[in-house]
Design a protein. Structure first.
Length: 592
């Protein structure tokens, strides 16, 4: 612990919070284990320091990448029970090496947590002549396990066992009357295990593929299409060709709470919950009636949002904001009052950034309230107000004023009344967070003005406006240098000739057999943002605008004070080798 403090890897406040958490949990684990779960603590730093303290060697994984095939071969040579236990404890064979000074060959294992007694016990059970446990970062070990032992979808396996051309997947549902569905036949069919297995397989596979959403709908050929949205893009996963789409859709509707399977003419919202790979996953279900080539058939589309708490970011440094934007963001949320606005289109990561911000301002000394529709992620220490037909957004905000808040988050400022209440909170000593749908930071100012808010209220209530997009990052394992450039395009994007000469620009290597990105060339997304901090110069420009907000003037002042626009931020990411020119163009089109 002292070593972590001495090196500046943790703070005294984080240690105190870990002590409280350990005491509340009546844990007998060492304090450093409780430290891992604290906000802002890098688990790699903690585990690496603990391993060094207990004299475990750091495996040289940067010089020599662990090989999944080697780990697989060695583990499969062990007794199955012990091999499975190794994988469960996340320890994998890394290499053979000569033991010093005996010269005997030893097997080196890597794991994030070599200090666990149960791991020592399992390896002792292997009866190896010599072995060594070494530390390696958790993401390295996880990658080896994922490549060597891809998790099986038991529901897909069951489906394959019953798969045959004769399987009735709902082909006999027609009642013979204008193509309508026979509800009795449908009821009998959905109890078949094949449909149930396909439904569960979709829910499991969506989580394991890292999808944010699952889309299910009937196509023009009366087949059911299943698509996953991964890294912001829809990708086809499966087309069910056997029988009526109503059968599969009915199983999903039955699985969801608050959904009526027999209602096919109105929008419905529901909720599904499953435990997958040891983690509780929540699914938000949206059902809409859609048009069909056969006007007599009442077709529906289902979109399922996957809510996986493991994806929640609480460390601001992991949002992907560039250094300047991160500094401004940190400064704005540490102020005792004022408003922080996130702006951007749907799916730009605004909610993720807000959750991270709230997680960093929550302490036992402050009352944090949120108004959301719907509530997606539960944030410890925050009182999250759920809207309903009995409680509107405006009504909730008026009630909040009487609820002694310190920090308030308003999901979205949709109209003048909502915006006025949010501004009032910011101007009366409350730190307030909210979102708008605008393309960039300066246009958020004019949007509020057009809603009817006075310029002086806007100028002095707002601390910061962050305009954000999510941009796909290149796969670090297979990205390749880009050799061909369109000079006119590069100039339009703001690149200088020396940028291309002096820096290696990378592009996506699509269609490869790369196991890391599965041939997509991209892996993961990060924020690309512009952060407009309301300095005295910005405030003066807004107050002095008169009858019309001059967005260009605000942008120019922001840039002169160090703000990077969305396009400029994307250029930095391209020159750092994290993002392709193609992806920059896609995300920042119209921003140049």
């Amino acid at each position: 612990m002292q070593a972590l403090l001495r090196r500046g890897l943790v703070t005294a406040e984080q240690v105190t919070a870990a002590e409280v958490a350990r005491k509340n949990a009546s844990s007998r684990d060492p304090l450093w284990r409780s430290l891992v779960g604290q906000k802002g603590v890098d688990r790699n730093h903690v585990f690496e320091q603990a391993a060094a303290t207990y004299a475990f060697r750091l495996a040289p994984v940067k010089d020599r990448e662990p090989e999944a095939e080697f780990a697989k071969t060695v583990i499969e040579s062990f007794e199955e029970v012990l091999g499975d236990k190794l994988i469960e404890l996340k320890a994998v064979p890394y290499a053979y090496a000569q033991d010093q000074p005996s010269g005997i060959l030893k097997l080196v294992f890597i794991t994030e947590d070599p200090m666990r007694p149960e791991l020592q016990k399992v390896i002792n059970g292997l009866e190896l002549e010599r072995f060594e446990l070494c530390y390696a970062p958790g993401d390295v070990v996880d990658r080896v396990i994922a490549e060597a032992f891809p998790r099986k979808n038991e529901f897909l396996e069951r489906l394959a066992e019953t798969d045959s051309p004769d399987l009735d997947f709902g082909m006999s549902f027609e009642s013979g009357e204008k193509g309508l569905v026979d509800e009795d036949a449908l009821e009998a069919e959905i109890s078949q295990s094949a449909l149930l297995n396909l439904t569960e397989a979709i829910l499991v596979e969506g989580v394991r593929m890292g999808a944010s959403d699952i889309h299910i709908w009937p196509n023009a050929n009366r087949q059911t299409e299943v698509h996953f949205r991964v890294d912001g893009r829809l990708a086809h996963w499966h087309t069910e060709t056997r029988g009526h789409p109503e059968a599969l859709l009915a199983v999903f509707k039955d699985a969801a709470l608050n959904v009526d399977r027999f209602e096919r003419d109105m929008a419905q919202d529901g909720f599904i919950q499953r435990k997958i790979d040891g983690t509780l996953i929540r699914y938000r279900v949206s059902i809409l009636p859609i048009a069909n080539a056969n006007p007599e058939v009442r077709a529906e589309s289902i979109v399922i949002r996957i809510l996986d708490d493991r994806k929640v970011i609480t460390d601001l440094s992991k949002l992907g904001l560039l250094e300047g934007a991160l500094e401004q963001f940190n400064k704005a949320i540490r102020r005792p009052h004022g408003m922080v606005i996130l702006t951007g289109p749907t799916g730009s990561g605004k909610s993720t950034t807000l959750v991270a911000a709230l997680s960093n301002v929550v302490t036992p000394e402050v009352n944090v309230l949120t108004v959301e529709d719907p509530v997606e992620y539960i944030i410890p220490g925050v009182r999250q107000i759920k809207l309903s037909h009995k409680l509107s957004l405006e009504g909730a905000l008026r009630a909040i004023l009487r609820h002694d808040p310190d920090v308030v988050m308003v999901g979205e400022m949709r109209d003048k009344d909502t915006a006025e209440l949010a501004i009032k909170l910011a101007n009366t000593g409350h730190l307030t967070f909210s979102t708008l749908h605008t393309n960039d930071a300066p246009s958020a100012v004019s949007r509020l003005y057009k809603m009817g808010l006075e310029p002086f209220l806007i100028a002095y209530a707002i601390n910061l406006v962050v305009a954000q997009r999510l941009i796909r990052t290149l796969c670090s394992d297979c990205k390749r240098p880009q050799t061909q450039f369109d000079p006119i395009l590069m100039t339009e994007l703001g690149f200088k000739p020396e940028d291309i000469r002096e820096v290696t620009v990378y592009e996506a290597a699509t269609g490869t057999s790369c196991p890391s990105c599965k041939g997509k060339g991209y892996k993961g997304r990060r924020a690309c943002a512009e952060a407009l901090y309301f300095t005295p110069a910005i405030q003066a420009a807004i107050v002095g605008a008169g009858g019309k907000i001059n967005e260009e003037e605000i942008r120019q002042i922001g840039e002169s004070e160090g703000m990077l626009t969305l396009a400029a931020s994307a250029r930095v990411l391209v020159l750092r080798g994290e993002v392709s020119v193609e992806e920059m163009l896609r995300v920042t089109a119209g921003e140049h």
